[in-house]
Design a protein. Structure first.
Length: 311
């Protein structure tokens, strides 16, 4: 009742003073209104108690809500801090990833540059290998040619030595043959001298008249264009030794004092001595003005016959 009175007093104190005064003026006497006032006071007290309990319950609920909100706020703060940490970590990770990406790009560029340099080096090495291989092939070919040439030179050297031996033998034979021909020429000259002396003795014995008739008869035959004997223009004996594999030549000059008539022919006689008998000789006879043995003049000369074989 005291609390209720207190509550009522509190309620009353909150009202307007003029209204309270008016109520106090209009109140009936205390003896008549006392029970009624106590009942209203109890109602008011119960209402106040109800409101108080409701207020307490609301306060408790609000406190619980506040505590829940505080708990949720702290939880949100913690989650916010965790998210901030995660964000910072993600930012750091992103920064690290960007740095790693840049480093990876730089490493990729360096690797690509190194690969290009290695490719260029490999191309240069391949070119050098090709050049060395080609040089080796050329060197092998030249070495093979050199070996073949060395073999050929060895065979040619042996052949040359054999030919030199044959030439030496032929030179010795030629010297012996020349000496024999010289002796034969001297003997022929002696015989010709004997024949000439015999003819002179025969002419002196037959008389000068017969000689005149003979000379006039020869002159008449020449005038008719049918000489019955050769007219000796000149006489020359010489030897030419030609060894195996050699080339020799001899120029026969008619001379400025030789008068060849239109109806006459110049007859050349020569003889070949072949030793050994299984060899052969190729010879040619050309005609024309001759100053030297040049190949150009020999090619332009008038050929009577060329490369005739004597066996």
């Amino acid at each position: 009742a005291a609390a209720g009175g207190g509550g009522g007093g509190g309620q009353m104190s909150g009202e307007d003073p003029d209204a309270h005064a008016a109520a106090a003026v209009e109140e009936p006497p205390a003896a008549a209104t006392a029970p009624k006032y106590r009942g209203e006071k109890e109602v008011v007290s119960s209402m106040l108690m109800t409101e108080l309990s409701e207020a307490k319950s609301r306060i408790d609920r609000l406190e619980s809500l506040n505590s829940a909100l505080l708990h949720r706020a702290s939880k949100l703060e913690k989650s916010n801090e965790a998210l901030a940490d995660e964000r910072d970590e993600a930012v750091n990770r992103m920064t690290n990833l960007q740095l790693e990406l840049r480093m990876a790009r730089m490493e990729t560029e360096n690797a690509a540059r190194a690969v290009r340099e290695k490719e260029s080096s490999l191309a240069e090495m391949q070119l050098e290998i090709d050049l060395v291989t080609r040089s080796a092939m050329d060197a092998n070919a030249r070495a093979q040619e050199g070996m073949e040439a060395a073999k050929t030179v060895g065979m040619d050297k042996a052949h040359v030595e054999e030919l030199e031996a044959k030439v030496t033998a032929l030179q010795e034979w030629a010297m012996a043959s020349a000496e024999a021909k010289r002796l034969s020429s001297e003997r022929v000259k002696v015989l010709e001298d004997k024949l000439a002396s015999s003819e002179r003795e025969l002419g002196s014995s037959t008389g000068s008249g017969a000689g005149k008739d003979l000379s006039s008869e020869v002159g008449s035959d020449d005038a008719l264009g049918g000489p019955k004997s050769d007219r000796r223009l000149w006489t020359k004996r010489s030897n030419l030794v030609v060894g195996a594999g050699m080339v020799g030549g001899r120029v026969v000059e008619l001379g400025a004092d030789v008068d060849v008539r239109p109806n006459e022919s110049v007859v050349l006689r020569w003889k070949f001595d072949l030793t050994p008998s299984d060899v052969d000789i190729l010879f040619s006879v050309v005609r024309g003005r001759w100053n030297d043995n040049s190949a150009a003049k020999l090619a332009r000369a008038d050929t009577l016959f060329r490369d005739r074989v004597v066996k």
